[in-house]
Structure formats: structure tokens, C-alpha cells
Design a protein around this ligand. Structure first.
Ligand SMILES: N[C@@H](CCC(=O)N[C@@H](CS)C(=O)NCC(=O)O)C(=O)O
Length: 238
């Protein structure tokens, strides 16, 4: 499966951090693909619902097989095209590397990223400080110990791994949206606090977001502005 170039259609939307994972995987694997942008501002077409009955992006059509859910899509691509992203499970150290990556990604999403929207939705600076501290504390407790041997990427890898494929688009958001101070989404202390308390995370995360495969579809300002709009709507509908 890995040697000939497969036919791939990626159903995506560049503003979606989940779909963004598939872009990173495809770029890292240098796989050519056709892109179909799904407009998420309107109901999904009957045609797209046939591809993914959940109506979500991303989905891929890989040589005629439909695969949905960003983590599954990324894992599938990495498994189908063995590379620097992850060792094969029967390779020496492969099963353990896979376990380490899965644990890291689980920690990122269940313990750290779950604190992201509460910061944005908090309305006073003081409330934002409290929520932001929870994010930083979770990074310190859950991720910092796992990044001590980053080199610069997960597990001492000099190239991106599946850990970065699955977290990169979220790191971009966490590290760039706070720079747009006028949008009042994050407390001013957030980035300096993160840098001071979680230096290994800081170094790793910046190495990740500087990679072309990670940032090539990212519209930093657009995402920041649309996030502010979405948060406004969430607060108004409470
Ligand atoms: N668990 C899904 C989440 C994907 C997801 O939430 N995509 C959003 C855009 S960021 C979407 O398609 N939303 C369309 C909708 O909810 O109607 C994955 O990882 O692929």
C-alpha cells in the first residue's frame, strides 16, 4: 500500500483544527491529494452526508475507501505510509513509542486542551486569570514531564511525530490567539506564565508551530478574529 501513490480526496475546512491534523499528516508524508472544501456555515449537502453521515470534517477518500475522524485519519495515513511519524508496531521500540504518543495526546486533549474554551468564555480579566492558570497548571503537570527529552520533537525525534500531527493545530491556536490582545480572549499573563512555568513545553511547542507542514494552511489573524466572534455568540446565547 505504501509504495505507489494512492488516490486521496481530503474533505476539509482550513479553519477547523481537527481537519488541520489531516493536512499536517499529508504534508509530512508528502502525499498528493485533491482537496474539497466543505462550507461549514451552511447545512451539509446530501453528497457530503453520503461521504460522512456525521457531516463533520475531516474525511478522506483513500483509493475509494472513506475514513473519518481526524485521529483515525491521521493514524491510518501514518500506518499506511510508514515514515518518521511513527515506528511500525512490530519494529523495535515501536509498540512502546505508540503507547507513549497515545498517552501524550490523551493528556493534551483530556487534561490540557479541555481548559482552553473556559479561558475564552470567562468574562472578567480576573476570571480569565483563574481559568488560564488551570491550563498552565495542566501543562506543567501533564506535559512538561513528557517533554524533557524532546529533541526538538516528541521522544527525542528530530522530525515531527504523530504526537505533533495530532496536537500542532491546537498549539498554533493556544500560542497565537493570545497575541491578539485587543480581542480580550486571554489574560495578558498567559504566554509569559506558560513560558516561565513550562519551559520544555514552550520550546517544543514553538519548534512545532514553526514547521511549514504545521502552519501552511493556518490563517492566524482570521482564526483569532473568528474565535472572538464565536465566543461572543456563545456568551450571548447563555
Ligand atoms: N471528532 C471529530 C471532530 C471534527 C469536528 O468537530 N469538525 C467540525 C469543524 S472544526 C465540523 O465539521 N463541524 C461541523 C458541524 O458541527 O456541523 C474529528 O476529530 O474529526
Amino acid at each position: 500500500m505504501g509504495s505507489t501513490s494512492p488516490s486521496i480526496i481530503l474533505y476539509t475546512n482550513h479553519n477547523c483544527p481537527w481537519a488541520h491534523r489531516a493536512h499536517i499528516a499529508l504534508a509530512e508524508l508528502s502525499l498528493p491529494f485533491t482537496e474539497e472544501i466543505i462550507d461549514l456555515s451552511v447545512p451539509r449537502t446530501a453528497e457530503y452526508l453520503k461521504v460522512n453521515p456525521r457531516g463533520l470534517v475531516p474525511s478522506i477518500n483513500y483509493n475509494g475507501a472513506i475514513i473519518t475522524e481526524s485521529a483515525i485519519v491521521s493514524q491510518f495515513l501514518a500506518d499506511a505510509h510508514p515514515s518518521h511519524l511513527v515506528k511500525k508496531s512490530d519494529e523495535e521500540g515501536g509498540a512502546l513509542q505508540r503507547a507513549r504518543i497515545s498517552y501524550f495526546v490523551d493528556a493534551y486533549f483530556s487534561k490540557v486542551n479541555s481548559n482552553f474554551y473556559p479561558i475564552l468564555k470567562a468574562q472578567s480579566e480576573q476570571e480569565k486569570e483563574v481559568e488560564a492558570q488551570k491550563f498552565v497548571d495542566a501543562v506543567v503537570k501533564e506535559l512538561e514531564p513528557q517533554l524533557q527529552n524532546a529533541g526538538p520533537f516528541f521522544g527525542g525525534s528530530s522530525k515531527l511525530t504523530l504526537a505533533e500531527v495530532l496536537t500542532g493545530s491546537f498549539l498554533l491556536r493556544a500560542l497565537t490567539i493570545p497575541k491578539y490582545e485587543h480581542l480580550n480572549l486571554f489574560p495578558k499573563s498567559f504566554l509569559p506564565n506558560l513560558e516561565a512555568k513550562a519551559p520544555a513545553f514552550w520550546k517544543w511547542a514553538h519548534a512545532v508551530i514553526q514547521e511549514k507542514s504545521v502552519n501552511h494552511i493556518y490563517d492566524e489573524q482570521g482564526v483569532a478574529e473568528r474565535t472572538a466572534e464565536r465566543v461572543k455568540k456563545m456568551i450571548a446565547s447563555k
